[in-house]
Design a protein around this ligand. Structure first.
Ligand code: HEC
Length: 164
C-alpha cells in the first residue's frame, strides 16, 4: 500500500502508544505495596496425649487379670506368701531348686523358658518342697498370648525381694 505522510504519523503514533504501554507495564511496578511480613502462625496447641499404657504395661495388666480369672492366684500368691504353690513374688530371674521326674535335684534360673514349661508341663520340674500333680496342666488351655501375658505379669512381680 502507499503510505502517505499522514498515514505515517498515525503509524508512529500507534508504535509510540505500543512502546509506552510496554514500558509502563514493565517498569510501572515501581511502587509495590509492601506485603505485611507474614506472621508465623502460633504453634497449634497439641492436646496432651492420654497417659497411654505401654505395650508392656498392657501385657502385665492382662496377665494379672488372667491369673485371677483362670485361678492361678488361688495357689500362687504375689506377696511372698506360700500357699499351695510357690509365690510368684521375686520368682523371675532367681534360682529355683527343682526336682526332676527321676528324682534328681537341680537348680534352674526362672527365666521365660522355665516359666513357660512350668505352666504348660508343671510336672517337668517340680519346685522343691512342693507337691507334684497339684497344679493343673494348662497345655492346650492357654493361648500363646495368654502365656506371654502371664509371664510378663510374673516378671513384673520380681526385682524387689527374692523369696527366702
Ligand atoms: C491347684 C493349685 C495350682 C494352680 C491352680 C496353679 N498352680 Fe502353678 N504350681 C502349683 C504347685 C503346687 C507348684 C509347685 C510344684 C510344681 O512345680 O509343679 C506350681 C508351680 C508353678 C510354677 C513354678 C514356680 C516356681 O517357683 O518354680 C509356675 C510358674 C506356675 N506354677 C504357674 C502357674 C500358672 C500361670 C497358673 C495358672 C494358669 C498356675 N500355676 C495355677 C499349684 C498350682
Amino acid at each position: 500500500m502507499i503510505v502517505t505522510r499522514s498515514h505515517r504519523w498515525v503509524l508512529y503514533g500507534i508504535a509510540l502508544v505500543f512502546v509506552l504501554s510496554f514500558v509502563t507495564a514493565c517498569g510501572g511496578g515501581g511502587q509495590q505495596t509492601q506485603q505485611p511480613a507474614s506472621q508465623p502462625s502460633p504453634p497449634t496447641e497439641q492436646p496432651a496425649p492420654p497417659p497411654a499404657q505401654t505395650e508392656e504395661e498392657l501385657l502385665i495388666a492382662k496377665g494379672e487379670q488372667l491369673s485371677k480369672s483362670i485361678g492361678c492366684t488361688a495357689c500362687h500368691s504375689t506377696d511372698g506368701t506360700k500357699i499351695v504353690g510357690p509365690t510368684w513374688k521375686g520368682l523371675y530371674g532367681h534360682e529355683v531348686e527343682v526336682v526332676l521326674p527321676d528324682g534328681t535335684e537341680t537348680t534352674v534360673i526362672a527365666d521365660d523358658e522355665y516359666l513357660r514349661e512350668s505352666i504348660l508341663y508343671p510336672n517337668a520340674k517340680i519346685t522343691k518342697g512342693f507337691q507334684a500333680n497339684l497344679m493343673p496342666i494348662y497345655q492346650g488351655q492357654l493361648s500363646e498370648d495368654d502365656i506371654k501375658a502371664i509371664i510378663a505379669y510374673i516378671k513384673s512381680l520380681s526385682g524387689e525381694h527374692s523369696h527366702e
